[in-house]
Ligand binder design. Sequence first.
Ligand SMILES: Nc1nc2c(ncn2[C@@H]2O[C@H](COP(=O)(O)OP(=O)(O)OP(=O)(O)O)[C@@H](O)[C@H]2O)c(=O)[nH]1
Length: 814
Amino acid sequence: MSRHKIIHNLDLDDELDDFDGGDDYADGGEGDGLTEEDQEHMRQGTIDVRSNLPPTAANVTDKQIQESLWHYYYDVEKTVKYLVSTVEKAQKVSKKATAGKAQGGLFSFASMEICGSDAYTSLGSVGGRYLQQAEVVGGDALQFQRSSFQDFFHDTPWLNIPKDREAIFTPPPHPRGGLLGGSSEGAPKMSKLQALAAARKKKAQEDKSGSNTGVETPLANLKIKDDVPPSSNPATSHTALQSRLSKPTSRGFPTRKRKDSNEHEKVNKPPTPTRVSQPSTPAFPEVTSEVDQCEPSAFASTMFSNRPETSRHSKNNYFTLNIAANTSVTAANPFAGPSPDDIVIAAQSKANGKENKKAPKTNGEKRADQIAAGVEAIKMDDTPRAKSKNLNVLAEFEKAKAKNAANFVVIGHVDAGKSTLMGRLLYDLKVVDQRTVDRYRKEAEKMGKSSFALAWVLDQGSEERARGVTIDIAMNKFETEKTSFTILDAPGHRDFIPNMIAGASQADFAVLVIDASTGSFESGLKGQTKEHALLVRSMGVQRLIIAVNKLDTVAWSEERFREISTQVSAFLTAAGFQSRNIAFIPCSGLQGDNITRKSTEPAALWYKGPTLVEELDNSQPASRALSKPLRLSVGDIFRGGVQNPLSVSGRIESGSLQMGDALLAQPSSQKCYIKSVELDNEPADWAVAGQNVTVHLSGIEEQYLKVGDVLCSPSSPIKNISRFTAKVLAFEFVTPMQIDIHRGRLHTPGRIIEIVAVLDKHTGAPVGKKKPRVVKPGLVARVVVELDTAVPLEAPSRVVLRSGGETIAAGLLE
Ligand SMILES: Nc1nc2c(ncn2[C@@H]2O[C@H](COP(=O)(O)OP(=O)(O)OP(=O)(O)O)[C@@H](O)[C@H]2O)c(=O)[nH]1
C-alpha cells in the first residue's frame, strides 16, 4: 500500500490514542491499563520468552521481556532474538570495559566521553546511550560501570580532579534527534530501547514541570484553521482534540489498536504529496498575505484533507487568481496558466460587460433604471456638433476615382511564415525602411530570435516578440499601381482563432501560407491549415492565394511544390472554393523569392508564374455595399483625437458616412455624432463601405461603446437580437449545446437550442430526419441559436460558433 493510502486509512482516534499512550509507554507501569486479552498475551509471552532465552541472558528482567514483547506484538521469536542480541552487545561492551579498566580505567571514562553531556547529566538515571544500554541489560556491565567509576575517583579528592583525569566532553557527532527533541532528519537512528528510554525521560521531565509538551506538539500540528467551525466536526475540532490529547491516562502501554509500530515515524515524516498545499507565492499574492496562518502538519493535512474548503482558500479563488496572475506573467512563462483563448475571451467578455453578471434587478431597481433612462432620453445634447457638409458621398466617391481598395487576411498554421512573408513584402516594397529592419534584426538577435526580424515588422507587441508568435491581427497597408491593399496578418496559433476570425471577417480575400518544409506541411494540414481555410470560406471569402512557403528548405523541389498543390487544391475544392479562384505561388518569405521579385535561385527556375504581389494585383475589385444602410463594426476604441474625443476605428461593412452625421451605437442604443473622419491617418470628409476608417465622436461616453459594437445610421438601425436561425457548416459534431458566437470582434455566449434540419449542401433542401439530435462534421444544417444577451446581428451576417476552444460550425444568419 502506498504511504498515501496508509495515512488515509489511519483512524484518527487510534492515532490520538497513540499520542496519549506514547508517553505512558515509559512510565514504568507493568501492564497497567492493559486489556484482559493483552494481559494474558503478556503473561504467556513472558513465560515463553523466558523459557527460550539462553543461560547467557538469564539476567534479563521480566520488565525488559515485557517491553520487548509489547514492541514485537507478542512475537516470542523476535523478542528472544532481540534480547539475546542486546545481551551479547552488552557483554562485548563489558569485556572492552574490563580491558579498559586493566589499562587504568581510562576506557570507561572514554566511553563516557562518547556519550557526551547526556551521559553525564543522566548519570545513574537514563538517557546516556552507553550507560542506558548498560542499565537495560543490567548485570555486569552496569556494575562494572559503577565500580569502575568509583575506582577511578577513589584517590581523587572532591572537586580536585587532576588535569590528566578531567573529562573532555565532545558533542555528539550528529544533532540529537527523535524523541529527545530536534529534528529526526539527519540524526542517527535511535535503537528501539533508546527510544523507550528517551520517552521515559521526557515523561519524567514533563511530570516535573507539569507541562504537557508531549501532546502540544502533535496538537499544534493538528491545529485546524480557525475558519472551520469548531462544531462542524466534533471528532476533529480543535477543542475536542485538545481535551482528548491532554486527558490524563494511567495506561502503561498504548491500546492494542495500534496498527504498526512505526506509525508515529510515518506520520512524522516530511509532508506527503497528497498534502493540500498552498499555491506558490508569486502566482497568488493575495493568498500569501495570510502567512500568519498556521500551516497544518503533513499528518494533519492528510487527516483533514476532506474538510470543507475555507472561503479564503477556495478553489474558485485559486482559479480566479491564477488567471489574473498569469495574464501578467505570460512573458516570463508564455504557455503557463490558462490558454490564451481563455484570456482573449475573458478579456473581451469583460469588455462587453458580461463578466460578473449581476443578480437580477428588483422591481424597484428596474423602475429606477427606467426613470434614469427616461431622463437620459429627454436630456438636451449640448455637445457641439461638427457641421455637416451635406455631401453626396456616393457621387464624391465616383468622382474621386480612388484606387481599388482590398483587404486580405493572411492565414495558415502556426509558424508557416506568415509574418515573415508579409514583413518581406513590406520591406521589398519600401514600406518599411532599411534602418527599421536593421534595428529589428539587432534586437531579435539579442533575444536569440534573429530569424524573426522580418516578422517583427508585423509582430509589434512585446509579448508577440518574446514568444515569436502572432497574437492579434496586425494591420498594414501597401499600394500597387492598381490597388490599395490592407494586410490583416492573422495569428496561426489555435489559441488565437477568435482573433483570426476577427481578421477574416474584414477580408475580401485570403492568402493561405503553407510551410513546405519536410513534415511541416503534413502537420499543418492536420492543424490550422484546413481549419483556417474552412473558416474563411464560411465567412464568405471566395478567393484564395496559396503561398507555398519555405521552399528554400527543400532545395526548391518542384515535386514537393506539385505534391502540396495537388493535395491542397483537392481539399479546397471540396470545401467549396472554385478552382479558378485559387492560385499557388512557390516562394521563400525569408529570402524574398517570388514575393515582389522573381526568384533568381537556379533551382527555382522551373517556376514561370506570377510573383505574390502580381497575383494579389490580379484580384478583382471587391464589390462594395455602398447603397446599403451604414454599418461600421467597432474594431478599436481610444481617446486621442482633437480635444480628446472618443474615437473608434473599424471597417465600414456597408453604406457611407461623413463628418457631422448622427450615428446610433448598438447595442447601447446611444446616439452620437461624427466630429471628424480619418482615412489612412489623413483627415477626410467622408468614407464608404470597404474602407477602414477612424471616426472621432461627440455626444457619447465610453461606457456606451465596446469593441464588437456596431455604429449605424439612426434612420435604419441594426436591431439587437437574442435569437437567430443560421445555416451552418459543421466542423465538429453539433448538438444542442453551449457555444460562443463570433461575428468579427463580437463574441457572445449562447446555446444551440434546436437543430431544425440537416440540409443538402447544393440545393439547401432539408434531408433526413426532422429535428435531428446531432449534425455530423462536414454536413450543413439549419440551427436555432439563443444568446445570453441581445446583440446587434442581422442577416446575412456570417457567424462562427465555437465551443471549448474549438470551432464547431460557421455559417450565415437567415
Ligand atoms: N527557411 C525559411 N524559414 C522561414 C521562412 N519564412 C519564415 N521562416 C521562419 O519560420 C519561423 C516562423 O516565422 P513567422 O513569420 O513568425 O511565422 P508565422 O506563420 O507568422 O507565425 P504565427 O503568426 O505565430 O503563426 C521564423 O523562424 C522564420 O524565420 C522561409 O521562407 N524559409
